[in-house]
Ligand binder design. Structure first.
Ligand code: ADP
Ligand code: MG
Length: 686
């Protein structure tokens, strides 16, 4: 890279910096190097040539400068010091460089020394034209993440200039720094940009150096402060007080064919208390597959209805929404509740009718997909919003539902998820969320043994299916997930169905897939539930909500294509009755590393929390959250897996700073948030 940069118009540079998100001086200062180059040492040309093979910095005077055309046009510059000669070769070069490297010029060049056709050489060295005796840098040279057309030289200069202008105020109070043994802000930043030669490089690359710890702490503190402030802001908004746990709730409980588990009773109490408050609840109901979240949701809805308000339940897919609708309508309609059904696939007339029910307030409960949040839907008196599988919705969609309240009141929000959110994530991204956990399965569930079986033993597996069916058990056979093509997935399902039907002539085999009309699907599902169908071949439509206790064997084909939480959800369809259940994961070898880890996890545990923890290890945290709220994407420095202790420190400090309402603390918090979040704070508010 040439030492002198062509003087680009500052505007041009500015816009390139802006593309990297570097708008203010502080943005530049917080743009930390990804690695360093050691330009602090010079070796003799002889030493560099003898040892070769790696990056060296040498200094010499140009003795020859020529443009050669063999084998192709290139600039060849020879430099020499007291003991040796070295060729610098440039395939791409500017005319200005030819002049700049005229004979007699002293240069420092850095790069990998190789022995080639022309002797010892560096191809495309980094170099600098210097005067004799020019001092060497005393710190490592930063290499920054950069963007197109933005050279390190320009970036380095922009950052160095910004460092001269920024306000170095330490936004973490002295007392806190002392207690937490945190390094100071300014020296940390300076060390990270310009580390002294004797720095522990391992600590820098691993980001465990105290200066890095300080950066991570600051970043996490900003996040915690912002989340906690958002929580306060929410508390200042009004919500309808859903005070009545009355006739409907009671009748509903009385007609349930089972008793709530202890865990269900506990979370119902938590939710009931929240719904009575005059500010909007924002609660996540977490519970493993089959833990019984639906009843809890229905009870929350009953409280809203008892209090004279409407409740809405939104699910991410039509199938899931429909299952909720069937189940909940069957519970509620006999008790006199009008339940409306609203999805995108309704015919225009049906839709208009449903919207009318919602607007007039005749429908006390509305169940559907995101069609619920379309602008055309106005609720008469919405008190509670329930969102199932909340991580599949974007922040924006949830916000829209929240805005469907009336009289300036914000409805309460209950989110449900079977994907347990690991503790660190819950702390970082859901600081503004209360969490209720159903940590107990309804009684009568039996353990599931899981085995991974090579695809080439499919015949044995079919034998096993046969044996199970003869013993009176029922079987799910899950077809491979084919993400690229729904048509192909359908075809595979049909083929599997035909093969199995042919291989098991004495059994009744059924088929369900996403393309069937709801009524057709129901016929098959009903036959399976009634025990008339022995083997149910299914695409992933059975992922959610299907409940047939007599089914105790599940085969999942091409299990290596499924994600962990999906496998866990599928497996949750068996183990619901008294018989010992088995889940066979058929895989195609050879297995990739990640797939192997997933299958191993499935074999080793049926605990949803443990599975989520391993999933986090395997995939990283982003996927637990909707794409837009992917938290890790917002963290530049901290790593949620390895930096949990810093997360906890930051949380404690945030609590402390917000608790004591001195003007001084408020100013500190403002300064810290401005520095670390700038305009991005909005992101964290939902
Ligand atoms: P999930 O939490 O996965 O949504 P569901 O709400 O679908 O689970 O419940 C799974 C099954 O367990 C359903 O058939 C439901 O009726 C049943 N169930 C829920 N709670 C209980 C309970 N306390 N006792 C017995 N069965 C229950
Ligand atoms: Mg459910």
């Amino acid at each position: 890279m040439p030492a002198t940069t062509p003087k680009a118009a500052p505007k041009n540079i500015e816009s390139k910096l802006a593309k990297l998100g570097l708008r203010t001086d502080m943005d530049l200062v917080l743009h930390l190097p990804m690695r360093y180059e050691d330009e602090t040492r010079i070796v003799s040309i002889r030493e560099a040539c003898t040892r070769g093979g790696q990056t060296w910095q040498v200094e010499g005077v140009v003795t020859k400068n020529e443009i050669s055309y063999k084998p192709r046009r290139q600039l060849q510059v020879t430099i020499a010091d007291d003991g040796g000669e070295l060729l610098l070769r440039f395939m791409n070069f500017y005319g200005s460089q030819v002049k700049q490297l005229a004979e007699g010029t002293r240069v420092r060049a850095r790069g990998e020394v190789r022995h080639g056709f022309f002797g010892a050489e560096i191809v495309h060295p980094n170099y600098k034209v210097i005067n004799q005796g020019a001092p060497l840098p005393t710190s490592l040279t930063p290499v920054y993440p950069s963007g197109e057309g933005l050279s390190q030289t320009v970036l380095r200069r922009a950052i160095a200039d910004a460092m001269k202008r920024v306000d170095w105020q330490d936004t973490v109070p002295q007392g806190v720094r002392a207690k937490m043994r945190l390094a100071d802000f300014e020296p940390s930043i300076k060390l990270l940009h310009y580390p002294p030669v004797d720095v522990d490089e391992h600590e820098l690359t691993e980001r465990t150096h105290p200066a890095w710890v300080r950066m991570k702490f600051d970043e996490l503190l900003a996040q915690q402060l912002s989340l906690k402030r958002a929580q306060r802001a929410r508390r200042e908004k009004g919500a309808p007080m859903l005070r009545a746990v009355g006739a409907l709730s009671e009748a509903f409980l009385n007609q349930l064919p089972f008793k709530l588990t202890g865990a269900q009773q506990r979370v119902v109490r938590e939710i009931r208390a929240d719904l009575r408050e005059g500010y909007p609840m924002q609660r996540l109901l977490q519970g493993d597959v089959g833990s019984g979240k639906t009843v809890v949701a229905a009870l929350a809805a009953a409280q809203a209805i008892d209090s004279g308000y409407q409740a809405a339940l939104m699910a991410p897919t039509e199938i899931l929404a429909e299952q909720h609708f069937r189940k909940i309508a069957a519970w509620m309609e006999p008790l006199g509740v009008k339940v409306a059904w609203l999805t995108g696939s309704l015919k225009k007339k049906e839709k208009t009718a449903a919207v009318e029910l919602v607007e007039s307030g005749q429908a006390q409960l509305v169940i559907g997909t995101h069609a619920l949040i379309q602008d055309t839907v106005q609720f008469a008196k919405l008190g509670l919003v329930i969102v199932d599988e909340q991580h599949r919705f974007g922040v924006g969609q949830r916000l829209q539902l929240r805005n469907k309240g009336s009289d300036n009141l914000v409805p309460h929000q209950l989110m449900m998820s079977a994907t347990p959110i690991p503790r660190t994530l819950a702390m970082t991204y859901y600081a503004d969320l209360e969490v209720s956990v159903i940590d107990e399965l309804p009684p009568g569930r039996s353990p599931i043994v899981t085995r991974a079986v090579d695809q080439n033993r499919r015949d044995e597996v079919i034998e096993r299916v046969h044996a199970a069916a003869l013993e009176g058990r029922q079987v799910y056979w899950v077809c491979p997930l084919i993400e690229e093509s729904e048509a192909l997935q359908l075809q595979t399902a049909t083929e599997t169905y035909e093969t199995l039907a042919a291989a098991l002539p004495d059994l009744k085999v059924g088929l369900v897939h996403g393309r069937l009309k709801p009524a057709e699907k129901q016929v098959v599902m009903d036959a399976f539930a009634a025990g008339e169908v022995h083997v149910l071949v299914a695409t992933t439509v059975i992922e959610v909500g299907v409940d047939v206790p007599n089914a105790s064997l599940m085969v999942i084909e091409h299990a290596e294509r499924f994600g962990l939480s999906q496998l866990h959800q599928l497996r949750g369809r068996v183990g619901r009755g008294s018989a010992a259940s088995v889940c066979l994961l058929l895989y195609q070898s050879p297995l990739g590393h990640v797939a192997k880890q997933r299958l191993m996890t499935m074999r080793e545990t049926t605990d949803g929390f443990e599975i989520a923890r391993r999933d986090l290890e395997i995939r990283g945290p982003g996927e637990f959250l909707g794409a837009r709220q992917s938290g890790q994407a917002m963290l530049r420095f901290a790593n949620l897996e390895t930096d949990q202790w810093i997360v906890e420190q930051a949380r404690d400090v945030a609590q402390h700073l917000l608790q004591e309402e001195h003007a001084e603390n408020v100013a500190t918090v403002d300064a810290h948030l401005a520095r670390w979040l700038g305009g991005r704070e909005e992101f964290l508010k939902v």
